[in-house]
Design a protein around this ligand. Structure first.
Ligand code: NAG
Ligand code: NAG
Ligand code: NAG
Ligand code: NAG
Ligand code: NAG
Ligand code: NAG
Ligand code: NAG
Length: 556
């Protein structure tokens, strides 16, 4: 039983113990005036940045402060809000930060002061009481600013800010009030004194007046040392941005707590809000700040609704007191890689299409080129004939007749008469009585091409009477001269395997041209597809050699 009891106790104890195990992290003193709103934010980075649970208590009560926004004193998010503050609210307030497995506590010692700033004096003037005041410093001869530090949660709307000096509203050219700031240009010693900033605060439809007293001391300009604000960003850098896109750039600044520096964005040495007062295309954002131990971290942004061409290359300068830093907008650099790849694709595409077109129109292009740029200066190559015509003597009567028609009539008609080539046709051009082998051997050397006419089946060269003629010719053409061979199929040859290997080789390498046309037709035209192909394979035409006679005949 005892063990059980102890065990139960040990389970019951920890939360009780932990309640007191909350770690006190800080004690802060606050001394606001009664009769006006007051708020305190329980922030303690990094404790309050995560999923921490914040609860406010008024010591020594264990009952949390109400979260009802209609309550005069209530908690909103991490804030405790007094709307308004009364003298009786003085005391110690605790903010308990419950993390997942940690507990921290912040104490706030609130001393509420009497509300008699700017009481009515005998001569009807407002008099500021000498109670707790913030101290801000202005530097003689400089342009400085005072800040109205009004810290309230977002549910509180602050507006209608007014500035007072010695209880009189401030007016004059040297003073410009904007947002929570009062800028003072050309500060002089007379600017020192008691200031107050007053604003209207609206919360859940109810209005309050909030007032901050500030004691302003004037410092000699050389007193600047050590209080130069530091601009963390921008860093005189450039920012790449697309034309027409929106843009927000933060100016991040750290400055001392008691600073009086003016922070703003300028372009062409004018406040951006003034410079773009008509279009309001570029605006300065409201300044936000975060307190740290000694410094205040400020952020003030500049918002471009839309980047325009005129914005590029201009410095947009963030000023913080004597410090300044700018950024310049730049058009994004073109994506070099994309351009390269695109260019490459375009090039490959263009090349492919040119090659495709060339493959289709190759023959026409070459023939046109030859006719257009007939080269009169071609070298004399010692040849007499443009082509040696080699043809079979088929046994079947019809085929034999066809071959004869082609070789004896049509080839000379088109290639010789119309195109001006000179052919050597066996049985027409040789010297009578010459040995066949000699005729071929010697004449073929004088030809630039070898035309072989093929006829299927009966055409198997081994049935030809003139075995030697064919063999010598092909041998000479292929081996000795590297001469080009033109195969003309009189009919479609389906089976080349019966042909000699040399013919098979030529067919494989250069292909064959198939006769298309009518052998009985009288007029042949050199412009048909078939003849264009033949002409394409023929050598370019040369000027006729000066000695037009047949040297062979002379020689013999
Ligand atoms: C915060 O933690 C303390 C101690 O662990 C506990 O007593 C308290 O109920 C917790 N509060 C909330 C709101 O979670
Ligand atoms: C709270 O502040 C008042 C006035 O500054 C001071 O008299 C009092 O001792 C402080 N209390 C604590 C607990 O620090
Ligand atoms: C600044 O004020 C002084 C006198 O207080 C005056 O002499 C000087 O001309 C002023 N400078 C500017 C730029 O207004
Ligand atoms: C400026 O400060 C803000 C916080 O206020 C932060 O989000 C931003 O990243 C900072 N920018 C730079 C460039 O440091
Ligand atoms: C904008 O500023 C110019 C020069 O400061 C002024 O003339 C003009 O009236 C202003 N426009 C508006 C709408 O405030
Ligand atoms: C810029 O400032 C405006 C006005 O203060 C604010 O509403 C906005 O959230 C800020 N933008 C960024 C990105 O900080
Ligand atoms: C940026 O330029 C300003 C002048 O506009 C200069 O005073 C400042 O020192 C420069 N800052 C850096 C980091 O170069």
């Amino acid at each position: 039983m005892l063990a059980l009891l102890l065990c139960g106790l040990s389970f019951a104890l920890p939360p009780f113990v932990r309640a007191d195990a909350c770690k006190d992290v800080s004690l802060q003193n606050e001394a606001p005036s009664a009769g006006q709103p007051f708020a305190f934010d329980c922030t303690h980075p990094p404790l309050t940045s995560g999923k921490a649970h914040v609860t406010w208590y008024k010591y020594p009560s264990k009952i949390p402060v109400s979260k009802n926004t209609q309550s005069r004193i209530h908690q909103e998010q991490n804030w405790i809000l007094f709307l308004p503050l009364t003298q009786e609210d003085s005391g110690i307030y605790q903010c308990v930060i419950n993390g997942t497995d940690t507990c921290h506590r912040i104490h706030v010692n609130l001393t509420v002061l009497r509300k008699d700033w700017c009481g009515i004096s005998g001569n009807g003037q407002l008099i500021l009481s000498d109670e707790y005041k913030q101290i801000q410093i202005l530097h003689e001869g400089r342009d400085n600013s005072l800040t109205c530090h009004l810290n309230f949660p977002q549910s509180c709307v602050l507006d209608s800010l007014k500035w007072y000096k010695d209880c009189e509203e401030i007016k004059g050219e040297r003073f410009i009030s904007w947002e929570m700031k009062l800028s003072v240009s050309n500060v002089s010693a007379e600017d020192g004194g008691s200031y107050a900033c007053q604003a209207r605060l609206t919360h859940t439809g109810r209005q309050y007046t909030v007032l901050n007293s500030i004691t302003v001391n004037i410092a000699e300009t050389n007193g600047y040392a050590g209080r130069i604000p530091k601009i963390i960003y921008p860093k005189n850098n450039s920012i790449e941005v697309q034309l027409g896109s929106p843009l927000i750039v933060d100016c991040n600044i750290t400055d001392t707590r008691d600073n009086t520096n003016l922070r703003c964005w300028r372009v062409n040495n004018m406040l951006v809000d003034d410079y773009y007062n008509e279009s309001r295309r570029i605006r300065e954002g409201f300044e936000s700040h975060i307190f740290s131990q000694k410094d205040i971290f400020y952020t003030v942004n500049i918002t471009f609704l839309e980047v325009k061409m005129e914005d590029y290359g201009h410095p947009f300068v963030c000023h913080a007191g004597v410090s300044a830093a700018y950024f310049i907008l730049k058009l994004p650099a073109p994506n070099v890689q994309a351009y390269l790849i695109g260019g490459l694709f375009a090039l490959v595409g263009a090349t492919a299409s040119v090659m495709y077109l060339y493959s289709i129109f190759k023959i026409d292009i070459v023939l046109w080129y030859r006719s257009a740029f007939h080269s009169p200066g071609s070298k004399e190559d010692g040849k007499v004939y443009d082509a040696y015509v080699l043809y079979p003597k088929p046994q079947r009567e019809i085929q034999s007749h066809e071959v004869d028609t082609l070789v004896w009539k049509i080839l000379p008609e088109v290639l010789e008469r119309q195109c001006g080539y000179k052919l050597f046709i066996f049985g027409r051009d040789e010297f009578p009585g010459q040995a066949v082998a000699n005729v071929i051997d010697e004449n073929i050397k004088l030809c630039r091409r070898l035309i072989i006419v093929l006829v299927p089946e009966s055409l198997s060269f081994d049935v030809l009477k003139n075995m030697s003629e064919e063999q010598i010719a092909v041998y000479n053409a292929l081996i000795q001269d590297g001469m080009k061979v033109i195969l003309i199929e009189l009919e479609k040859v389906k089976d080349y395997t019966a042909m000699p290997q040399s013919i098979q080789y030529i067919k494989q390498k250069h292909g064959a041209i198939q006769w298309s046309g009518d052998l009985t037709e009288q007029s042949q035209c050199a412009k048909t597809k078939f003849w264009k192909k033949v002409r394409y394979h023929m050598p370019p035409k040369r000027p006729p050699p000066s000695f037009s006679a047949q040297p062979l005949k002379h020689m013999s």
